[in-house]
Design a protein around this ligand. Structure first.
Ligand code: GCO
Ligand code: MN
Ligand code: MN
Length: 412
């Protein structure tokens, strides 16, 4: 093995990346409603048990890179771009001016803004803490984010409550905490109605994001289903303004069939925004790049979304893991993630058009010939051979995923 000198390493990675093939052009990527979060690109690789591995990256650079790569939309937390002490001040508006210029200069749009209510120590007891002043502050933060969103031209606002839960039971009274959390969302919606009215814009789509574990040991709204119930609980004053931002991995983490979680949101008309990434069931939030762990499951998810005409953003909420190269984040991590998403989206289209899958699906829906009514044995006999098609369809999807349907020979 010949050691690779530090100065040669990017060239090697670049060459191997090219050799992978299958990448799209920035123009092709721009055809998709893909957004790239500031926080994902700027994530420095740190965690509870390890230090950052990369240098900080500001919004100018992230937005410029999105423009170059053809990631057409950018999104951010308030404090990813505005220091906490500057929120609501002149400095905030000066920073927003710089962001607008960076977006315009690079042909990128802001799709979504989100309030950080989990990182700062003020939220140690959650944005719905017992202390009234903390709750007032959380509501003010959410309202301020609405103003930021309108200023940047966003269409969506996301809320991940983060620390809404507890490490230890006893002190927190769940029903009043949920009511207090709803107060912050209600304040944001009220502010939105006012600001949107004044600016002649549509109100934002306010999207709740659930996560089953982390950072609290127990979470009050752990799943998208819990969020749906919360929207309909009577605590939310404008339920029509509030929907979901499910995250693929967050649903997988608790053991859901992600496709089924999304289907429940679709039925309610609440699938408005979707964080795309990957990871493992019953593990922590590793936020791996879309399709790197569960490509078949992803293909299934996209078949569902394509067939239901989902038109919302696909937000690349993933954190390039322990990559030690700031260069690699933009040269390999993000372009490969977008391109896997596009390929899987295209494959989902292929699945929907596939003659084998189509005929099999139609046969299943047609069922067998009519048997004697209310006779379980006869109905079973009339239908029993069709059941094999369930497995045949799954087999065909794997063939499409692996390209086997186009013919592939090994040693036989
Ligand atoms: C996570 C979350 C966050 C949220 C973001 C939006 O992985 O823990 O997805 O990244 O999406 O905070 O508010
Ligand atoms: Mn997310
Ligand atoms: Mn996550």
């Amino acid at each position: 093995m010949v050691p690779i000198p530090a100065g040669e390493q990017q060239k090697l990675v670049e060459r191997l990346y090219r050799a992978c093939g299958g990448s799209y052009t920035p123009e092709q990527r721009r055809k998709f409603y893909v957004s790239g979060p500031q926080w994902a690109a700027a994530y420095e690789g740190q965690a509870l048990f390890h230090a950052p591995t990369r240098k900080p990256v500001g919004f100018e650079e992230v937005i410029r890179k999105w423009g170059e790569l053809g990631i057409a939309y950018w999104c951010t937390h308030d404090t990813d771009v505005i220091p906490t002490r500057a929120l609501g001040t002149e400095e905030q508006w000066e920073i927003l001016g710089r962001i607008k210029k960076a977006l315009a200069d690079n042909g990128v749009k802001c799709s979504m803004v989100t309030t950080e209510t989990f990182y700062h120590a003020v939220f140690a007891a959650s944005p719905a803490a017992e202390a009234p002043q903390i709750r007032d502050y959380a509501a003010w933060r959410c309202k301020n984010t609405v103003k930021i969103g309108h200023e940047l031209g966003a269409t969506h606002a996301v809320y991940w409550p983060g620390s809404l839960g507890y490490q230890i039971q006893g002190a927190v009274e769940e029903t009043e905490t949920l009511k207090w959390y709803a107060d912050a969302i209600n304040a944001a919606c009220e502010m939105d109605i006012g600001v949107a009215g004044k600016r002649g814009r549509q109100t934002l789509k306010h999207c709740l994001e659930a996560k089953p574990f982390e950072p609290q040991a127990q979470i009050l709204l752990p799943t998208s289903d819990a969020m749906l119930a919360f929207i309909d609980s009577g605590l939310i004053e404008h339920p029509e303004m509030v929907g979901l931002n499910p995250e693929y991995l967050h649903e997988l983490m608790w053991g859901s069939a992600v496709r089924a979680s999304l289907a429940r949101a679709l039925i309610k008309g609440k699938l408005w925004h979707f964080d795309i990434n990957d990871g493992y069931p019953l593990k922590h939030d590793v936020d791996i790049g879309v399709g790197l762990v569960n490509p078949l499951d992803w293909l299934n998810v996209l078949v569902l979304l394509r067939s239901h005409g989902y038109r919302g953003p696909f937000n690349l909420d993933y954190k390039p893991p322990r990559t030690t190269s700031n260069w690699g984040v933009f040269a390999v991590s993000f372009p490969t993630a977008v391109d896997r998403f596009i390929t899987l989206w295209e494959m989902a289209g292929e699945v929907l058009e596939d003659p084998v899958i189509r005929e099999a699906g139609e046969a299943l829906r047609a069922g067998g010939e009519k048997a004697k009514d209310l006779d379980a044995e006869a109905i079973f006999e009339a239908n029993k051979e069709l059941m094999t098609l369930h497995e045949l369809i799954a087999h065909r999807m794997v063939q499409i995923l692996l390209g086997i349907h186009k013919g592939r020979t090994y040693s036989v």
